[in-house]
Design a protein around this ligand. Structure first.
Ligand SMILES: NC(=O)c1ccc[n+]([C@@H]2O[C@H](COP(=O)([O-])OP(=O)(O)OC[C@H]3O[C@@H](n4cnc5c(N)ncnc54)[C@H](OP(=O)(O)O)[C@@H]3O)[C@@H](O)[C@H]2O)c1
Length: 298
């Protein structure tokens, strides 16, 4: 005789899992983040009473049900997010025009790579069953191109996610660098702000907007690795060490172009991953808050 039952776990997961997935634990997480699959099997030979049967097996396993869609998972930030999610046992689907990246890495084999353009994709192939969407869509070009990829592309994605009932949307946006308003109205920044408003209005209680400044790490371009961390890491340390001296300058327009601390690509990735798993993470995250949100990494 075999019986299988699936029901939401009503007891807390082990502490290690709780720390990994629920930095600030509350019972609201129990509803949709974990599913306990209980499998109970009993084998009895003919004529043998069940209570004497030594072959009885009870298996109880906690199954993670997170399934994240990373828009732009093949990019610099996107691939760090995919890698971090895989390391946490989260199922990952990436959508980008180029699809699967060419570099070999064990985590690459564990991601489902969907080639496609966010403006033309069949969302059924991407979003069904997802529990969160992380968008890294963005970039530079003409004013029109920047408005389209930073703004409209994300607006399309947010609305698709909402329509498919995805409970969480995380947008990788950008720090405002304390720029004067005529620069903030450029295609890049106005696109970003449009995307942010869409996330915050469609996901007022669960949407996350990360606003990093310069992101450092190893960026792959045409098969070569550019070690941006050689600049980013020391710069971050210097700016932190001189924080008290430079503070008075921060009210000057555009001063953050020099003074905003860089952030590592892994911090951005883990902040996004922790935001997926923690229902208490929502709203706009500044550079400092991104670093803080990444800290619960285990
Ligand atoms: N890097 C930084 O220092 C930094 C700093 C602050 C904020 N940000 C923001 O962080 C985000 C990620 O930056 P990144 O440096 O990782 O950029 P990236 O390497 O250029 O990655 C962008 C990703 O988006 C995909 N993409 C572009 N257009 C698409 C479309 N129409 N449909 C589907 N996928 C599309 C790209 O793949 P395909 O081209 O193959 O489609 C790529 O995978 C951006 O929004 C950027 O503005 C970056």
């Amino acid at each position: 005789m075999a019986s299988i039952s699936s029901f939401p776990a009503i007891s807390s997961p082990p502490i290690s899992l709780r720390k990994a997935f629920f930095p600030t634990w509350s019972t609201s997480h129990l509803q949709n983040r974990f599913c306990r699959l209980s499998v109970s099997c009993r084998y009895a030979d003919a004529g043998v009473r069940d209570e004497f049967n030594s072959n009885a097996i009870d298996v109880v396993a906690d199954i993670k049900t997170e399934r994240v869609v990373v828009l732009g998972g093949s990019g610099f930030v996107g691939s760090a997010i995919c890698k971090a999610a895989i390391s946490k046992g989260i199922e990952v689907i990436s959508l980008s025009r180029s699809g699967r990246p060419t570099f070999p890495s064990p985590w690459v084999d564990q991601v489902t790579w969907i080639p496609g353009d966010v403006f033309y994709v069949n969302w059924d192939e991407v979003l069904i069953g997802a529990t969160a969407v992380v968008s890294t869509l963005g970039g530079f070009g003409s004013e029109e191109q920047m408005r389209r990829i930073n703004g409209e592309a994300n607006v399309v994605a947010v609305n698709a996610a909402k329509e498919y009932g995805i409970p969480k949307f995380i947008l990788i946006s950008v720090h405002d660098y304390n720029l004067p308003s005529f620069l903030i109205s450029s295609g890049y920044f106005s696109g970003k702000r449009k995307a942010e408003s869409e996330v915050l209005s469609k996901y007022p209680r669960s949407g996350v907007v990360l606003r990093p400044a310069f992101i450092y790490g190893k960026r792959r371009v045409d098969g070569f690795e550019i070690p941006l961390d050689l600049i980013g890491e020391p710069l971050e340390r210097i700016l932190r060490a001189t924080e008290n001296l430079t503070k008075p300058l921060s009210s000057l327009p555009a001063s953050d172009l020099l003074l905003a601390p860089p952030v590592s690509v892994d911090d951005v990735a883990y902040a996004a991953i922790n935001a997926i798993s923690d229902d208490d993470f929502f709203g706009v995250f500044t550079i400092e808050q991104i670093k803080e949100a990444a800290k619960t990494r285990v």
